[in-house]
Design a binder for this molecule. Structure first.
Ligand code: UDP
Length: 328
């Protein structure tokens, strides 16, 4: 396997690169560093480039004899996507279409694509299977769903072979402690909680406690970033074996409320956390829990991190040693 990883300097990308290095003949990271961190890529080849730079993309694919792509490079903040839809359609849709053109023009027909639970919107029931109705409630989810549909059309017409992986809530950090989550600005629950534990924030704001859940706060399915990374390796291997173009959910299959996540972080860190109840965040569904039975059955995927405390423990190790993220 000779793999190009777009967005490989980002959070899920860098953990996947680390895992691919154990199984692939060559791994090349292609990232414009608009969100990613150069320090997150240590051993693999690195090209600083943009999805819209077709000549550089083509030259990288040819010179490195790439035969498959794992495509992470995208914008992924729900709130921002509602305020700046142009950025999301341009980067996530147009950028990916550009990548597909360059790949196919250069004889690369295999792609693993980062998708999201946001394609489902507010599901009628949980757990969510891949067949659950797709009705995104935000622009980010729509850009990912549009690309899933476009790739299916390319598969039918142009021989593209792709796998779309719909992530639920990615979290945790590499057990080696040297790569982890570092977004600017940070908007994700677990990093914000841990930054509060470190005294970098006064309190954690809970976005609504009047949802129809056991304690009134939103329920999410938290999945460790290394378990996500493992799924990419399995998906690639299946594409090389000639699998059709499947779509898979990636989650643990169990849900935790925001309050339960905070309590778990208090147990892991031994620190108490100041909480503040604030208004709901627009576009947040009450409950998102995955059924990942399909990828377990078809590819033998088995998440290693099954309980929320062990996931938070890996994140806590990263945040304690990197309080300023990669610039620590
Ligand atoms: N959340 C919260 N306070 C925060 C950030 C997030 O209460 O400061 C809640 C959010 O409403 C959601 C859950 O935590 O129910 C996970 O949010 P996150 O942004 O981490 O991931 P998302 O579910 O948006 O992908």
């Amino acid at each position: 396997m000779r793999i190009l990883v777009t967005g490989g300097a980002g959070y899920i990308g860098s953990h996947t690169v680390r895992m691919l290095e154990n199984v692939a003949e060559q791994v090349v990271v292609y990232d414009n560093l608009s969100k990613g961190h150069r320090q997150a890529v240590q051993s693999s080849a690195f090209v600083q480039g943009d999805l819209f730079d077709s000549p550089l993309l083509a030259q990288t694919i040819r010179s490195q004899r790439i035969d498959a792509v794992v495509h992470f490079a995208a914008f992924s903040l729900v709130g921002e996507s509602m305020e700046k839809p142009n950025l999301y359609y341009r980067n996530n849709v147009q950028g990916t279409l550009n990548l597909l053109d360059v790949m196919l023009e250069n004889g690369v027909d295999k792609l693993v694509f980062s998708s999201t639970a946001a394609v489902y919107g507010e599901p009628a029931c949980v757990p969510i299977t891949e067949d659950t109705a797709k009705d995104p409630t935000n622009v980010y989810g729509r850009t990912k769903l549009i690309m899933e549909q476009a790739m299916a059309d390319y598969a039918a017409a142009c021989g593209l072979k792709f796998t779309a992986l719909r992530y639920f809530n990615a979290c945790g950090a590499h057990p080696a402690g040297d790569i982890g989550e570092d977004h600017c600005p940070e908007s994700h629950l677990i990093p914000l909680i841990l930054q509060t534990c470190l005294g970098k924030r006064d309190s954690i704001k809970i976005f609504g406690d009047d949802y129809p859940t056991k304690d009134g706060t939103c329920i999410r399915d938290y999945i460790h970033v290394d378990d996500l990374a493992q799924a990419h390796v399995l998906a690639l291997q299946a594409l090389y074996r000639g699998s059709a173009s499947p779509v898979y959910n990636l989650g643990n299959g169990c849900g935790f409320t925001v309050k339960e996540v905070i309590a778990a972080a208090e147990a892991v860190t031994g620190r108490s956390i100041r909480k503040e109840i604030v208004a709901r965040r627009a576009g947040d569904p009450a409950v998102l829990i995955a059924s990942a039975e399909k990828i377990r059955r078809e590819l033998g995927w088995k998440p290693e991190y099954r309980d929320i405390q062990s996931i938070i423990q890996t994140a806590w190790q990263w945040h304690q040693t990197h309080p300023e993220g990669f610039s620590s």
